[in-house]
Design a protein around this ligand. Structure first.
Ligand SMILES: C[S@@+](CC[C@H](N)C(=O)[O-])C[C@H]1O[C@@H](n2cnc3c(N)ncnc32)[C@H](O)[C@@H]1O
Length: 364
């Protein structure tokens, strides 16, 4: 790696590029291990050394393929091998990164986006062409909502009522006494369900235009016996005038940058929020200018997510503002202000890499 201010040599770039290519290949195999249940099998077998057959049998998979996968994992130092016995183990300190529902990390869930993006690769190539399609519909992405809820529920379950809502003491008090909450673009509803369960005096509306995601939320609410949450399948661009000044708290996680008509929907959110209500917009944390995101590994991942998902699903709709995941603090603030919000603070919630824009209505 070149030192700051130094010119990079071809050899230095080759080294960096080689690492990037290797990590790409290993990521794909790691994702296969998560989806196929191989990591689960290794976790079930504890950190004791096991044969290929024992691991394959525990996962219910073919031994020959499992052997090849273990080859990748050993070469990449993810699974350990005892050279004397040729037996494999997953050391305890790595387990939480591959455990579903882990409170430690959501990296495993992020990795499962790779095959979903792979599934749209050819169609995305067409979108790039001048005469190609505008974008891609959500239905092109197999299993998107399950990946998304795996990804977002770790933070929701471990931080929402533990530290996020308490970081806004006034809202917390109101939620305890009973208010009307909207979780816009709720997906499978992990946040809506936590709000409803934790604040039984409040009523919660989870709204999303995916029928599949809404059905999932409804099922979970029924299983939990929750009567203070309603899941509504609707396009946020069509929120009725009847909702004007009826919502005390609006929550969006990872939604606004995806909206084809974010400008109009922000105006609608302003219209339905009560005059003293609060809007929490949680969205990826970036800067708007590319130059301010330079040499930032995390943001390079966000831009990839944008290129393969957030941007094409937004551009799919006619008249889309096409924000992309990395629209950034500057543009987001501008959109919020234009919709009539005052951005009271932009902070990073505990345990999250996102930005929380806490907004109230501008006094007219
Ligand atoms: C990235 S997902 C986030 C889901 C959820 N908030 C979470 O944290 O798991 C964005 C969600 O916005 C929904 N969405 C996008 N455009 C919408 C629109 N115009 N109206 C309603 N929902 C929309 C999608 O269906 C999807 O569930």
């Amino acid at each position: 790696m070149a030192e700051a201010g130094e010119k990079e040599t071809p050899e230095q770039f080759e080294k960096r590029f080689s690492t990037l290519v290797i990590h790409g290949f290993v990521s794909l195999s790691t994702s296969l291990g998560i989806q196929s249940g191989l990591f689960e099998a290794l976790i079930k077998l504890k950190d004791e050394e096991r044969t290929v057959k024992e691991i394959a049998d525990t996962a219910g998979l073919k031994e020959r393929y499992v052997k090849e996968w273990l080859g990748v994992m050993v070469a990449a130092d993810i699974v350990d091998i005892n050279p004397e016995t040729e037996k494999y183990s997953l050391p305890p300190h790595r387990i939480p990164f591959f455990q579903s529902g882990s409170s430690v990390s959501d990296l495993g869930a992020v990795l499962t986006a790779l095959p979903i993006f792979g599934g749209v690769y050819q169609k995305l190539l067409d979108c790039l062409k001048k005469d190609g399609p505008r974008g891609l519909s959500y239905s092109e992405y197999t299993d998107f909502h399950s990946m998304m809820s795996r990804f977002s529920s770790r933070w929701v379950l471990n931080h929402m009522v533990q530290d996020f809502i308490p970081s806004m003491p006034q809202i917390e008090e109101q939620m305890k006494s009973g208010i009307r909450i909207l979780d816009l673009g709720c997906g499978r509803g992990s946040a809506s369900l936590v709000f409803a369960e934790s604040y039984p005096n409040s009523t919660v509306v989870g709204l999303d235009f995916s029928q599949e995601a809404i059905n999932y939320g409804k099922e979970r609410a029924k299983e939990k016996g929750l009567t203070n949450v309603e899941f509504v399948c609707e396009d946020a661009a069509c929120i009725s005038e009847d909702w004007n000044n009826t919502i005390d708290y609006i929550y969006t996680n990872d939604v606004i940058h995806d909206l084809a008509h974010a400008d109009k929907i922000l105006l609608a959110l302003n219209r339905i929020l009560k005059p003293d209500g609060v809007f929490s917009m949680i969205d990826p944390d970036c800067n708007t200018k590319h130059s301010e995101n330079a040499s930032n590994d995390y943001r390079s991942r966000l831009y990839t997510m944008s290129l393969f998902h957030c941007l094409p699903i937004s551009l799919f709709f006619e008249g889309s503002v096409g924000l992309g995941t990395c629209w950034g603090r500057e543009k987001a603030t501008e959109f919020l202000k234009d919709a009539g919000f005052r951005v009271d603070s932009i902070t990073k919630p505990v345990g999250s890499s996102q930005a929380h824009y806490m907004c109230t209505k501008k006094v007219k």
